[in-house]
Design a protein around this ligand. Structure first.
Ligand code: G6P
Length: 607
């Protein structure tokens, strides 16, 4: 996720910006840059690659200014390169902008600004902000920023400076983090606390749609209507390491708490006037009519997202879908032709087996649609259609928020394909979109219940073997729940389809065996209740995850984790979170290294 640092004071700003950006490296980035006010104009230095490259460029030609903004970029719109790096500069060279977030209506704004004579140099959404602020700038920078953000849709944390205004700078936020650091004769902005902790422990935490006016001696915060807002000072007591994790003990927990945001970021830019519009994807109704079968190919957690994808695309769009593990697919001489669509799923975009499977499919003439989290990654570059998940960098090796974002992307695809194929009438299509929009707040509700799962884990962390049992979409979820547990707690576990219990697994159930059952599919609840009874009759301890409305579950399972009532079709997006939390708390109780589990790598770029 992009990182922002800004400073105004009496000290040389360049080292402060570089130092602050280094503290934000943990957020992940692919390029970086600074804009510094000096000698009546803005010095801009930016480049692709490691921060050390930017640092040596800045050292070579150390700007002497005492006000500036810096940025580490995690590419969203436009691949990582020097030009797309931030800061972005308006055509006159007066305004410099750094941004974290996604400007959803940037194409509309870009067309308007082009009609006003503005020339665009990058592929980013951010560049519109620089030109828009310049367009509105009539000598008052904060007014220009307020007018601009009134026209912007999407998420943003912004730092804006102007060469006409060397004693002030402006920042604003909506749905992307931004804090203000309060110093003596100097003030700061940053995406996160570690960037400024060395200089001050007094901060303002900005709320959505707040705009800040900073000078070296003063900070004023305004709302979107220009009225001043009184802020409380927050005193930071954390050390740098816990500040990086926003106070959470592990990145994994921090990332689970980001799930509502990443689901929203993945879905909302793709919904325009109650219709799904998949950017960078050109698959028409005619294309879909020419497709006999879809293959979904991935590894690990991405593969488990694909299993959900198979169920929902088949159910909604009525196109046959085969789901494959990439390492199997690539060697099994798959029956792929130009009448197939291959959906590739990968968080990193670099998993070797997945990449080779993609190339193999392309060679055989298939259409490719990739769901990828890292812009400009190998898989993204190889794919004719890419639907990015906007999950931001994932640091914990065990994937959590990226899975939720992959599911969100798959639902967008399934609903879009089904609608194009004429399988969804207008009313159902609209209600599907409404369900999608409700996912972020429902995920928040699930996260708020974490203590019940923590308590259950604290009682059962010594378990030697745990079974996950589900039916339909809950079987797909069970696979991911079981993988998460294995990965970080090293407890043996298996996922089984409820109907398979009698075909072998039930022999392993004995007194005290732990069984975890997601039960979110209305038409299968009774079947799952029978399964739960069967294992309980043999002594199992059962934790069920189900919608609040399924009151009978209280009488059946030992512990019930309630999730909000939700259409069973989209339930996996929120029902996976208790499974992730369960794995997390089991691993914590066992004293495992949660973020860096033994023998595992975040990105597997070898066979
Ligand atoms: C590794 C990671 C998993 C991930 C899998 C696929 O095994 O540890 O978390 O699901 O690779 O990675 P990808 O980047 O292709 O999604």
């Amino acid at each position: 996720m992009c990182g922002i640092v800004g400073y105004i004071g009496d000290k040389k700003v360049a080292p402060i910006l570089i130092n602050g950006l280094k503290k934000l490296e943990y957020r992940g980035y692919d390029s970086s840059g600074v804009a510094i006010f000096g000698d009546n104009n803005l010095d801009v230095i930016k480049c692709k690659g490691r921060l050390s490259i930017l640092e040596s460029k800045v050292l070579e030609n150390m700007p002497s200014g005492t006000m500036g903004i810096g940025h580490t970029r995690w590419a969203t719109h436009g691949e990582p390169n020097d030009v797309n790096s931030h800061p972005h500069i308006s055509n006159s060279g007066k305004i410099a902008v750094v941004h974290n977030g996604i400007i959803e209506n940037y194409l509309k704004l870009k067309e308007f600004l082009q009609s006003q004579g503005y020339d665009f140099k990058s592929d980013t959404d951010t560049e519109v902000v620089a030109h828009l602020v310049e367009y509105h700038y009539k000598g008052n920078l904060i007014e220009a920023v307020i007018e601009s953000i009134n026209e912007i849709e999407g998420s943003y944390a912004l730092g804006v400076i102007c060469s006409d205004c060397p004693t002030e700078f402006i920042a604003a936020r909506k749905d992307s983090p931004l804090i203000v650091g309060l110093g003596k004769g100097e003030n700061f902005i940053a995406s996160d606390i570690p960037a400024i902790l060395e200089y001050t422990r007094e901060i303002y935490i900005l709320e959505d749609k707040e705009i800040v006016h900073l000078t070296k001696d003063d900070v004023k915060v305004y709302n979107i209507h220009g009225a001043e807002v009184k802020k409380e000072i927050f005193n930071v007591t954390w050390d740098v390491s816990s500040a990086e994790k926003s106070g959470y003990e592990h990145f994994m927990m921090k990332e689970m708490f980001e799930e509502p945001k990443v689901i929203k970021d993945t879905i909302s830019p793709r919904i325009e006037n109650d219709k799904i519009v998949l950017d960078n994807v050109s698959i028409s109704k005619e294309d879909l009519d020419n497709i006999d079968k879809i293959y979904i190919v991935a590894c690990g957690t991405a593969y488990h997202a694909g299993v959900v994808g198979k169920y929902i695309i088949e159910k909604l769009a009525r196109i046959p879908v085969e789901i494959d593990i990439a390492s199997e697919f690539r060697y099994r001489d798959p029956l792929i032709s130009d009448r197939n669509l291959v959906i590739i799923i990968s968080q990193s975009g670099e998993t070797l087996d997945t990449l080779v499977a993609l190339k193999e499919s392309k060679k055989r003439g298939a259409k490719i649609l990739s769901i990828v989290n890292v812009v400009g990654s190998s898989i993204a570059r190889e794919s004719e259609n890419v639907l990015y998940t906007w999950a931001g960098p994932e640091i914990s090796v065990a994937s959590t928020k990226a899975y939720n974002a992959q599911l969100a992307a798959l639902y967008l695809i399934a609903f879009d394909f089904a609608y194009k194929k004429g399988r969804l009438d207008e009313a159902t299509y609209k209600s599907c979109i409404k369900e999608l929009k409700s996912l972020p707040s429902k995920t928040e509700e699930v996260l708020a219940n974490k203590e019940i799962i923590q308590k259950f884990a604290s009682q059962h962390y010594n378990a030697k073997s745990i079974f996950f049992i589900g039916r339909g979409l809950d079987y797909a979820l069970s696979m991911e729940g079981s993988l998460k547990l294995k990965e970080i707690s090293y407890i043996h576990s298996e996922a089984y389809a409820g109907g398979e219990l009698k075909h072998g697994t039930i022999a392993l159930i004995e007194k005290g065996t732990l069984v975890i059952c997601p039960v979110t599919q209305d038409d299968l609840v009774d079947k799952m209740i029978s399964n739960i009874r069967e294992v309980k009759a043999r002594g199992a301890v059962v934790m069920a995850i189900t919608q609040k409305k399924n009151k009978d579950m209280e009488k059946t399972a030992d512990v019930v984790i309630n999730i909000p009532d939700i259409d069973p079709l989209v339930a996996p997006v929120i029902a996976v979170t208790p499974l992730q939390l369960f794995a997390y708390y089991m691993a914590v109780e066992k004293g495992c290294d949660v973020d860096k589990p033994r023998n595992l790598a975040k990105s597997v770029t070898v066979e």
